[in-house]
Design a protein around this ligand. Structure first.
Ligand code: ZN
Length: 380
């Protein structure tokens, strides 16, 4: 199918003004004002996006495709992610991860779920491994998983500074991170190591030690939940200044904010105020993770569930409540994560990139239509 999308207010995510897009074979073939198609009308579809913002499909760097938990026993397990929730959220590329439980949820099940979502229209990848070392893999090694399984693009989410982490020697972490890097290099993938950072006092210090004891470049390390409290966020800004990338989690609970969590929009505004590189700042939803509430003794009181819709809601919050320019807010869920993860055909609107597009009503910033690989997967 050939599609001509006309009169888009294009955010690539950089603002490019009014443009037409020609889409064929699931990819963007041409971009320009007033494109013409030399074919009979019945041979192609026209979408008139007049008055609409057209942004790249969103890239969500952390989604618990199989659900997560349950950290208050089996009754607290969170459910699998459904395709309909993905489609309506504007997310067209997502990276699945296991969480605390890698015994009753396995890397094989995660890969199967990623393939299900891809078969239904979006593009789903996964991290191999989980919270704990030694990392659970499909083929027996991180390197083999990266080389032999197309969907595997890195390792994660590996827990540090958390009471649920494996507390293994940092040399063991360095070994896994370097395997991910080498596997990624050989397979032409990012091979990044995605770290779950808890609220432990160590904050991002384990990553700095890891860099000190190895020759691993800082660009291979990608820590998430960096906004979970103000101390960690301050340390994350330092890590960003040192050349690292940081990810902020959009799924939240009112109690987390009362306990000092930094809202994603407020965090992004601080990055801009301090003149730090916003291109290495990303948001991810942590969708379908269990969001536990602990008491002072570390006992789980209650477990809630992360939402994929929170990803774009945080972008809207950044624009409407923290005066972040739309193109910068959009970058945190499009080009920035795509660049950090090594997904060069995702997260941007450019010729030869996948035709993953989100149409947005400019006043309310509400999503009106979502295309993945050139096909409409959701419409308001
Ligand atoms: Zn996590």
């Amino acid at each position: 199918m050939i599609t001509l999308l006309k009169n888009a207010q294009l955010y690539s995510p950089a603002p490019l003004g009014s443009q037409d897009l020609l889409i064929a074979d699931g990819r963007i073939q041409a971009i320009g004002p007033e494109l013409k198609v030399e074919l009979p009308n019945h041979c192609f579809e026209v979408i008139d996006a007049h008055g609409q913002i057209v942004a790249p499909g969103f890239v969500d760097a952390l989604v618990h495709l199989l659900g997560g938990g349950g950290e208050a026993g089996f009754g607290s397990r969170t459910p699998e992610l459904h395709f309909d929730e993905v489609a309506r959220s504007g997310v067209t590329t997502l990276i699945g991860a296991l969480g605390t439980d890698s015994i009753t949820r396995t890397p094989e099940q995660l890969l199967g779920k990623a393939r299900e979502l891809t078969a239904l229209g979006v593009t789903a990848y996964c991290y191999t491994g989980s919270y704990h070392l030694p990392l659970k893999t499909i083929t027996g090694s991180v390197e083999r998983d990266l080389l032999l399984i197309p969907e595997v693009i890195g390792i994660g989410e590996v827990a540090i500074s958390d009471h649920r982490a494996s507390h293994a020697p940092l040399s063991d972490f360095a070994q896994q991170v370097s395997q991910a890097r080498v596997g990624g290099m050989l397979a032409g993938k990012g091979g990044v190591s995605f770290f779950h950072v808890g609220d432990g006092a160590g904050r991002l210090e384990p990553l700095r030690t890891l860099l000190n004891i190895s020759d691993i470049p800082i660009t291979q390390l990608y820590p998430t939940h960096c906004n979970r409290n103000s101390e960690l966020f301050t340390d994350a800004l330092a890590f960003l200044a040192e050349g690292g990338a940081i990810d902020l989690t959009t799924s939240t609970l009112p109690q987390y904010q009362q306990q000092g969590e930094v809202a994603c929009g407020a965090g992004l505004a601080q990055v801009l105020e301090q003149g730090l590189d916003w291109r290495r700042v990303t948001f991810s939803s942590d969708a379908n993770a269990s969001l536990p509430l602990f008491d002072e003794q570390g006992r789980t009181i209650r477990v809630e569930c992360g939402r994929i819709a929170s990803l774009y809601e945080a972008v809207v919050g950044a624009v409407q409540h923290h005066q972040v320019p739309l193109e910068i807010a959009l970058s945190t869920i499009t080009q920035n994560p795509a660049d950090i993860l090594g997904l060069c055909h995702k997260g941007r609107i450019a010729e030869n990139c996948d035709a993953d597009l989100v149409l947005i009503e400019p006043d309310s910033l509400a999503i009106t239509r979502v295309l993945a690989k050139g096909k409409t997967i959701w419409q308001a």
